[in-house]
Design a protein around this ligand. Structure first.
Ligand code: 5AD
Ligand code: SF4
Length: 468
């Protein structure tokens, strides 16, 4: 296993890496006529990594297919945040193994956060010898070389630690209307339940001039929306000297003139009044904030290492709501953290009742190997945790529906993104507050921001008609 490869990576300077892996022109006839199947699990960061992976595969001549049986190479871009992510990977690997029986030359590759987990790499080596290549979140730039130089053995290239920040990465973007833009990689917060700081390394911010240049380029290409991506966007720049704060970066991005600026994910601890003021000041910074709560109990928050109390969270929430008119706020909540009592859970319900979130992603705590919380003794049985999740979901969904119903009979601007997957007579798009709207007319309006009259509301979407 080549896990200590980091030392080798560290010896190379950023310039050399850029020369070797980024500016290298690959022969796009090498794999001409061959097809790639790429499946991405997990968060937006992974989705955006998938856009880089696709671009690298196409630089070798591979073309995309959405059918596993037609593929010459399969790449599974994995997520490690909760246990069910593991189950999904091994479930799909079974299908890949089967496909390899029909096509012996099929290359199977695994990357993403699970590939950074030593236990997973070990398991792949011992029990899944038909997997050909494994590369980590810090090795994506080596994908072409891994494929070209493949020997008939498992090639594993996983740096155990992050390298430097690379610029000029090429992406095959999924959309020509909205784009993801990384502003930082990794996370330094080490919340006790979370595996991300281990799989994605410590926080590394990109330089603001590089980020703004990327957004300016997207504006020139006709993009209407960018989402600035990071595990903790509010801590942007803190790892660099002479760099803007997140508020300064937001301002710089807003001034590029792009129609819509979004950002995920925010950490309450790093959220400043200056950021709130900046969001309020610029019309093209969308009034939508994903503000993970995780728990409403100050006791559990402390055990989670979240660095804020229930009261501090509520205070921030109210400051945002008072300053940014009609701001939609969504959240993440974990139930069943080790030894969460009924009282702790009631505190979470209390925050939900006070905040009346536009929507919330809710999870049962999943112990992740190597994190402090996984070692905590836990006396709460699974049935109790499931019951809590159900009670929480019912409450959260009732508030989502109530928040959505307020839109009925209002006219709101919607960026139309494309034809609805469920009903091809309709188009879909998002309001500035990130509400999904299904629209009866408007096939000629794809890529435009148009006024839509909201006619109906459900818990997870709105219905509407374009109003000229
Ligand atoms: N168990 C359950 N949920 C988790 N999350 C992160 N780690 C875990 C875990 N070990 C949730 C958090 C985070 C979201 C992306 O996933 O709520 O905000
Ligand atoms: Fe994980 Fe906490 Fe970092 Fe978010 S802020 S990625 S929950 S460690």
């Amino acid at each position: 296993m080549k896990l200590p490869n980091l030392n080798e990576a560290r010896k190379r300077t950023n310039k050399e890496v850029e020369y070797i892996y980024l500016n290298q022109k690959y022969d796009n006839k090498l794999f001409k006529g061959q097809k790639y199947f790429l499946r991405t699990y997990g968060c937006q960061m992974n989705v955006h990594d998938g856009e880089e992976i696709a671009s690298r595969l196409e630089s070798l001549g591979f073309e995309m297919t959405d059918k596993l049986e037609n593929a010459d190479i399969v790449i599974l871009n994995t997520c490690a945040i909760r246990e069910n992510a593991h189950d999904k990977l091994y479930g799909f690997l079974g299908r890949c193994k089967h496909a390899k029986k029909d096509n012996k030359d099929l290359i199977i590759g695994i990357c993403g956060c699970m590939a950074q987990e030593e236990s997973v790499v070990k398991e792949l080596m011992e029990k899944h010898p038909y997997v050909d290549i494994v590369f980590g979140t810090h090795n994506i730039h080596e994908l072409q070389d891994l494929i070209i130089n493949r020997k008939n053995k498992q090639d594993i290239e996983v740096y155990s630690c992050e390298g430097e920040v690379y610029e000029n990465i090429s992406y095959k973007r999924d959309s020509q209307i909205k784009a993801w833009v990384n502003i930082q990689y990794g996370c330094d917060k080490f919340c006790t339940y979370c595996i991300v700081p281990y799989t994605r390394g410590k926080q590394r911010s990109r330089r603001s001039n590089e980020i703004i240049k990327e957004v300016e380029d997207l504006v020139k290409k006709g993009y209407k929306e960018v989402t600035l991506l990071g595990q903790n966007v509010n801590a942007y720049g803190k790892d660099l000297e002479d760099e803007l704060s997140f508020a300064g970066l937001l301002e710089g991005v807003a001034k590029t003139g792009i129609d819509r600026v979004r950002f995920v994910t925010s950490h309450p601890w790093d959220f400043t009044n200056e950021m709130i003021d900046t969001i309020a000041k610029y019309d093209n910074i969308m009034p939508y904030i994903h503000l993970p709560l995780q728990s409403g109990s100050s006791r559990i928050l402390k055990l989670m290492g979240r660095r804020y109390t229930k009261e501090e969270y509520l205070d921030l929430f109210n400051r945002i709501k008072n300053k940014i008119l009609n701001c939609a706020i969504t959240t993440d909540i974990i139930v069943g953290f080790p030894n969460e009592t009924d009282e702790d859970f009631k505190e979470t319900l209390d925050v939900v009742n006070k905040c009346k979130y536009d929507s919330a992603f809710t999870f049962i705590f999943s112990p992740r190997e190597g994190t402090p919380a996984a070692k905590m003794e836990d006396k709460i049985d699974m049935k109790t945790k499931e019951n809590r999740l159900q009670e929480l979901n019912e409450l959260v969904n009732s508030y989502s529906l109530a928040a959505n119903k307020k839109y009925i009979n209002k006219i709101v601007p919607v960026l139309i993104e494309g034809i609805s997957e469920k009903d091809n007579t309709k188009v879909f798009g998002y309001t500035d507050t990130m509400k999904l709207v299904n629209i009866t007319n408007g096939k000629d309006k794809i890529g435009q921001i148009v006024n839509v009259l909201i006619t109906d509301a459900k818990s997870f979407s709105l219905d509407g008609d374009i109003k000229e």
